[in-house]
Structure formats: structure tokens, C-alpha cells
Write a protein that binds this ligand. Structure first.
Ligand code: ADP
Ligand code: MG
Length: 277
């Protein structure tokens, strides 16, 4: 049995204007996994992430981290951090270096430790050359990398990425996927909200689906994206690779076996089938 890092039990959340955004949510997350949350706009993804990391105060339900109930929002923030959908929302400093250093400085770490961490994550996110630039004048992709770097410098175990690919070009998306893989290899756990089912089909260890504040699906990417009714209900597109694979099977262009999750696997599948003909 793998380590369970996060357990959510009977979590409901209602905004002060009485908008009920989450209804009796229950799930658990294994350590070191990439877990994707899907759902139409307004389904409750951002609200869920903000409840988890303590930006929103949870009055109904229980959140356990490594088995312990953690009610205190500040304590949860020390463990779970969030990269906002709009990177600008979290930028406060006058230049990139200070932006990335803000968390560790605020936590009172010694100066040498702060500099060491900041240099390391700036290298990791390829933003060293931007160190003196004001964050607000960076390109969208650069801002995103700075936002992720400023979260990484705090070394939390769990990172929530709210719609991280929105606004990224193809290359930046590949870089993001590389960063995500690097983070899970370091043992961190990632929760990612997105509309992009191709992205999750390629990367997800586990997929959850929210619909009108309720958790309506959980499974592997293959399981979830095979459920036509669920995709329809939650406004989700079937991943293109899965669609193509099924069409090729249907018209007997390929033999069944080994649904490909990225273009490399897809090419291998075509190659293997060609050799067999
Ligand atoms: N600050 C807020 N005040 C009141 N209602 C909100 C607020 N933020 C979101 N909501 C409502 O809560 C529901 C869930 O929103 P949200 O969590 O942003 O969904 P998603 O991230 O999946 O698009 C929606 O009905 C939305 O209108
Ligand atoms: Mg959202």
C-alpha cells in the first residue's frame, strides 16, 4: 500500500454570498503522484484547491495530511502551496530574484540558505537571466515560470497547479511537463486542475472529475476517458490520442493492445503494426 499524503473527508464549502461551491467531497491522494482535476468552468476546482491549501477557511469537513487532521490554515499552507491560474495574482516583489526569495525570507530562513534555494530554483526554471527584471513586465510564460519558482523555493511537499497550461505555447507546455516530472521524482505530490484532457491523458497517475461542486468520477485516465456519459456531463473532450486509437482499431488498421499516451508511444504502436502486416 502506498503512502496516503492527503485525505479529504466530507468537505463542503459555501461562499459568503451563499454560493455552494463544494458538496460533500471525499477522496485521498497518494504521495509522489500527479493527480488531475477536471470539470467545467464553475465546477469547483479552484475552490477545492484554495480550501486545501488554507486560502479559504474550511468549516465543514476534515483535511488530513499524512494521516493527521490539520485544521489550522497556516499549518496547511506550510505543507501545500498553490500556483494560481493567473501568475500575476501572486506577484508582489519589484524584481524576479526578490519574488522567488519572498517565501523563504518571510519564513525567516538565514540569508545564505535563501540565496542557495533561490539560485537553485531559478536555474531549474530557467529564469536566471531575468533576475533583475520586474515580474509584471515579463511574458506570460516567463511569469508562469517565476510563479512556479517562487513556490518551489518554499519546498512544500504538495503543490497545486491551477490551470497551469492556460496561455502557454507548445514549447512552454513541454517545459512545464518536464518540471512536473522532476518534482514528482523529488517525491513531491502534484494536484493539477485543467480543461486540457490531452495533457492529463499524457501525464496523469489519477484523474478526478468535479461537476457542480460534487466529485462525480475518479480513476485512471483510461478509465475516466472511456466514460462517454461522464465526459458529456462534465463538458470534457475525449483525448485526441484515445479517439484516434479507437478509430484505428475500429477500422482494423491496428491490433488491440497498448493504448498510447504520447506521440512516442503512438509512433511505436504504428511501427509495430506495420511490421506485423
Ligand atoms: N469568490 C467567490 N465568491 C462567490 N462565489 C464564488 C467565488 N469564487 C467562485 N465562486 C463560485 O463557486 C463556484 C465554483 O467556482 P470555481 O471554484 O472557481 O470553479 P472552477 O475553478 O472549477 O472554474 C462557481 O459557481 C463560482 O461562481
Ligand atoms: Mg478555476
Amino acid at each position: 500500500m502506498n503512502d496516503i499524503i492527503l485525505q479529504v473527508e466530507n468537505l463542503s464549502f459555501t461562499y459568503p454570498n451563499r454560493q455552494c461551491a463544494l458538496i460533500d467531497i471525499n477522496f485521498q491522494i497518494e504521495k509522489g503522484k500527479k493527480v488531475f482535476f477536471h470539470g467545467a468552468n464553475g465546477a469547483g476546482k479552484t475552490t477545492l484547491f484554495q480550501c486545501l491549501n488554507g486560502l479559504l477557511k474550511v468549516r465543514q469537513g476534515v483535511i488530513r495530511l499524512n494521516g493527521q487532521i490539520v485544521k489550522n490554515e497556516r499549518e496547511r499552507m506550510q505543507f501545500i502551496n498553490i500556483v494560481f491560474q493567473n501568475a500575476e495574482d501572486q506577484m508582489i516583489a519589484g524584481n524576479v530574484f526578490d519574488e522567488v526569495a519572498f517565501g523563504p525570507v518571510n519564513r525567516g530562513l538565514p540569508k545564505e540558505e535563501v540565496v542557495k534555494r533561490v539560485e537553485q530554483v531559478m536555474r531549474q526554471m530557467n529564469i536566471e537571466h531575468l533576475r533583475n527584471n520586474p515580474p509584471h513586465f515579463l511574458s506570460y510564460g516567463e511569469k508562469k515560470r517565476v510563479a512556479i519558482a517562487s513556490i518551489l523555493s518554499m519546498e512544500q511537499e504538495m503543490i497545486l497547479l491551477d490551470e497551469p497550461t492556460a496561455g502557454l505555447d507548445a514549447r512552454q507546455r513541454e517545459e512545464l511537463i518536464e518540471t512536473m516530472n522532476h518534482l514528482v521524482n523529488e517525491g513531491r505530490t502534484l494536484l493539477i486542475s485543467t480543461h486540457d484532457t490531452d495533457f492529463s491523458f499524457r501525464c496523469a497517475d489519477r484523474v478526478f472529475v468535479l461537476h457542480q461542486g460534487q466529485l462525480v468520477g475518479e480513476g485512471s485516465a483510461e478509465e475516466i476517458f472511456s466514460l462517454a456519459d461522464l465526459l458529456e456531463k462534465a463538458n470534457l473532450a475525449k483525448p485526441v490520442l484515445m479517439e484516434v486509437y479507437e478509430k484505428l482499431l475500429k477500422y482494423s488498421y491496428i491490433k488491440p493492445g497498448g493504448l498510447p499516451h504520447d506521440m512516442k508511444e503512438f509512433s511505436e504502436l504504428l511501427n509495430n503494426n506495420q511490421h506485423e502486416q
